[in-house]
Design a protein around this ligand. Structure first.
Ligand SMILES: *Cc1c(COP(=O)(O)O)cnc(C)c1O
Length: 428
């Protein structure tokens, strides 16, 4: 019986030991962050909520950042992750293109978010911080940070967007199991939360509002820092472990990719996937780097580039990014992790300079192809990852029609085993 070698697995000693910071290699310099009032950000503004090493990474002009040994040890629990040739998905689609997926669903939290959660928890513990606050939408980030906080012995309070908390009781359960305190946002504990509830007692909450609550609390307590799961440069930096592994794995397989695809919520798994390939692409190499965002929250395809707040209460610095407006309340689409009004400044810069291309994908397509993947590869993609998968499949079908099959790689950012109710309600 023939056994097909379908997974490209790197040995543990091939785990990348550095993160790739693209800031010094961007096509144009990133504009500076500004204070909420539009003035220059005062020195020390970020120090109220972030530890020094993360601030250093946020603004660094050095390309390579060594991964600390305790973080590497934590990564080695599940990394390097396999790059898998999706033979059965190709057959189901009847395409001759070769499709690979980078499986980031194998982490303790079930998504790529553990890559930055562990790094952030580590640096905070190093800085003598005892407690973290954060927000979570769909719950993946809260789960990842709760596990990381447990690993590095920190307390954690999670503000979870109220609608998501109601829709996803098991996400709350796993965070509590890990020792986290989980509150519905808007809450009564912060000014931002109280204001929102006074305006609308049934306020469903949003990621932007939950960020306001978590930042407000962290800024007001010396023992507490804030942790963000996407958007910021240091978060994208930590995710570059993904693209670096993909690069090694493709070399091992003797493949050159035509397309690299990831879904885009705040930009961290997309940035982490494509950044290690960006220097070549900027030098003329022909790889299409595609960001799949939801039609219902089309930040990169429809949003405007400019300075905007990261949160609803306008507490965060102003960031140079694509945005739908910080008061944009995205519809409650099933891919909760893609409901954010803004985008990573790094990814925005790459879009603006046409190094990467955004494409909007409908929820219908995301679930339709996710079901095909579930029925062929027997993996249930997270609804977010379904957007990357759908774009990959649509491209493979387009190439088939044109009679020029190629090599397509997408990042499966997470599994959907806690999103099964979304599958049941999915648009047909
Ligand atoms: C959070 C999340 C996303 C979106 O966040 P990015 O920062 O854009 O990567 C995508 N997929 C999964 C599984 C997530 O948990």
């Amino acid at each position: 019986m023939p056994v097909i070698e379908n997974a490209i697995i790197l040995p543990k000693d091939q785990l990348p030991r550095q993160w790739h910071n693209i800031l010094p290699q961007l096509p144009e310099p990133l504009g500076p962050y500004k204070a909420p009032d539009g003035q220059d950000l005062p020195a020390g503004a970020l120090a109220a909520i972030f530890p020094p090493q993360l601030i250093e990474q946020e603004l660094s002009d050095q390309i390579w950042h060594p991964i600390p040994e305790p973080v590497l040890e934590a990564y080695a629990m599940w990394r390097p992750t396999p790059l898998v040739r999706a033979y059965r998905l190709e057959a189901a689609l009847k395409v001759r293109s070769r499709i690979y997926y980078k499986n980031e669903s194998l982490s303790p939290s079930g998504s790529h978010k553990s890559n930055t959660a562990l790094a952030q928890a580590y640096y905070n513990a190093q800085a003598g911080i005892h407690r973290l606050t954060t927000e979570t939408g769909a719950g993946q980030w809260g789960t990842a940070l709760s596990i990381a906080a447990r690993h590095f012995q920190l307390d954690i309070r999670v503000f979870m967007v109220k609608v998501s908390l109601d829709q996803k009781p098991y996400r709350q359960a796993i965070m509590r199991l890990m020792g986290a305190e989980v509150l519905a946002s808007p809450s009564e504990l912060t000014q931002a939360g109280r204001t929102a509830r006074a305006q609308d007692p049934n306020c469903p909450g949003s990621l932007g509002l939950a960020i306001s609550e978590a930042v407000e609390e962290a800024a007001s307590r010396a023992d507490t820092n804030y942790s963000l799961g996407s958007v910021l440069n240091h978060v994208v930096l930590h995710q570059t472990i993904i693209g670096q592994e993909i690069k090694k794995q493709l070399q091992l397989a003797g493949e050159k990719p035509d397309y690299l695809i990831a879904c885009h919520g705040g930009g961290s798994n997309f940035g982490g996937t494509v950044i290690p390939f960006c220097p070549e692409v900027m030098a003329g190499e022909k790889i299409q780097l595609l960001a799949a965002e939801p039609e219902a929250c089309p930040t990169l395809t429809k949003g405007k580039f400019g300075y905007d707040y990261g949160d609803m209460a306008k507490l965060t610095p102003l960031l140079p990014m694509h945005s739908l407006g910080s008061d944009f309340l995205p519809p409650s689409i099933h891919a909760g992790g893609l409901r954010y009004h803004g985008a990573s400044p790094i990814v925005s810069n790459l879009v603006k300079n046409q190094v990467v291309t955004p494409v909007a994908i409908s929820a219908k397509d995301a679930f339709a192809y996710a079901k095909i993947m579930a029925n062929s590869e027997y993996i249930v993609p997270a609804p977010e990852s379904g957007h990357a998968l759908a774009l990959t499949c649509l491209k493979a079908l387009e190439l088939e029609k044109q009679g020029r099959p190629g090599v397509l790689v997408f990042t499966l950012s997470g599994h959907g085993l806690l999103d099964l109710s979304a599958y049941e309600k999915a648009p047909e």
